[in-house]
Design a protein around this ligand. Structure first.
Ligand code: 9MG
Length: 279
């Protein structure tokens, strides 16, 4: 299964790693890592990007908006400033697919023009103009499920059946994308771990990840350092590697094709062991 990502192409016959590169001052784990005197430092961003590529990331997910509850809302100008120069620099300097984590139509178009090879939207292209902007780019897109909005999504997540509801939402969005001219071969599905879900909802989704894989569309899973791990293990954000790797392995065993992670080298080792056993 190949995913055409602009000038590059990704082989999804084995699971692959997407490294997280948040160029925000306030993301929950790596926020603020690339700032000097309140200014985004492109050299620091590139050094981290290169390190993740050297460690085996085939995609880097660049995000200019923090979606953690309580994060400061970002203006369009800020988001463009945090994303476009980074996409340009990485596409120029490194051999990797650059994904852009955005919900904004303007950022989607600007990112594609700057060399992005993939789009990742936690709001599944529901913002005005996002669907149409994405359709025009010809790039693959990850549609993620979220209940509510980032500022309040963890207040009282509520489902009758979380697996069915998340699955219905993603299939409906995939078909709306298809109707808007986005080929089904460009669509990636993501249940959205931690986005408007209790720990039990997240665990239930992990138990039934095969249901999403059964749609035939590639599945992306993002658990890295998330609070579901902190809740189960009682660990702070800096001490969630083992929990993240355990979930990564379960996800690939269920058939997930893309793992969105902070700890690229360790996750790539997990995938290599998985591959060695399977042959
Ligand atoms: C931006 N972002 C943060 N967490 C994510 C997740 O789990 N999946 C996707 N697709 N994007 C995410």
């Amino acid at each position: 299964m190949f995913l055409k990502c602009g000038t590059r192409s990704l082989d999804l016959s084995s699971p692959i790693v997407m490294g997280i590169l948040n160029t925000t001052p306030d993301s929950f784990s790596d926020g603020g890592s690339y700032y000097d005197d309140n200014q985004l430092n492109l050299d620091l961003v590139l050094a981290r990007a290169e390190n993740m590529v050297d460690n085996g990331a085939l995609i880097l997910d660049v995000g200019g908006e923090s979606t953690r509850p309580g994060a400061t809302p970002v203006s369009l100008a800020q988001e463009l400033d945090r994303v476009v120069p980074v996409v340009e620099a990485i596409s120029r300097e490194l051999d990797v697919v650059v994904s852009v984590d955005t919900s904004s139509a303007e950022v989607i178009s600007a990112a594609a023009a700057a060399g992005a090879g993939m789009l990742n939207d936690v709001r599944a292209l529901q913002r005005p103009g996002a669907l149409e902007a994405c359709a025009k780019t010809n790039l693959p897109v990850c549609l993620m499920h979220m209940q509510g909005k980032p500022s309040s999504m963890q207040d009282e997540p509520n489902y009758v059946g979380v697996v069915e509801e998340v699955g219905e939402f993603l299939l409906r969005r995939a078909s709306e994308c298809h109707e808007a001219g986005i080929d089904s071969g460009r669509i990636i599905l993501d249940p959205g771990f931690g986005f408007g879900k209790t720990v039990e909802h997240n665990l239930e989704l992990v138990r039934h990840l095969e249901a999403f894989v059964a749609t035939g569309m590639p599945v992306l899973a993002g658990f890295s350092r998330k609070s579901m791990i902190g809740n189960v293990l009682g660990r702070d954000v800096g001490n969630r590697l083992a929990g993240s790797l355990a979930l990564a392995l379960m996800a690939v065993q269920a058939g997930a094709r893309i793992l969105r992670v902070h700890d690229v080298a360790e996750t790539v080792d997990v995938l290599k062991m998985h591959e060695a056993v399977l042959g």
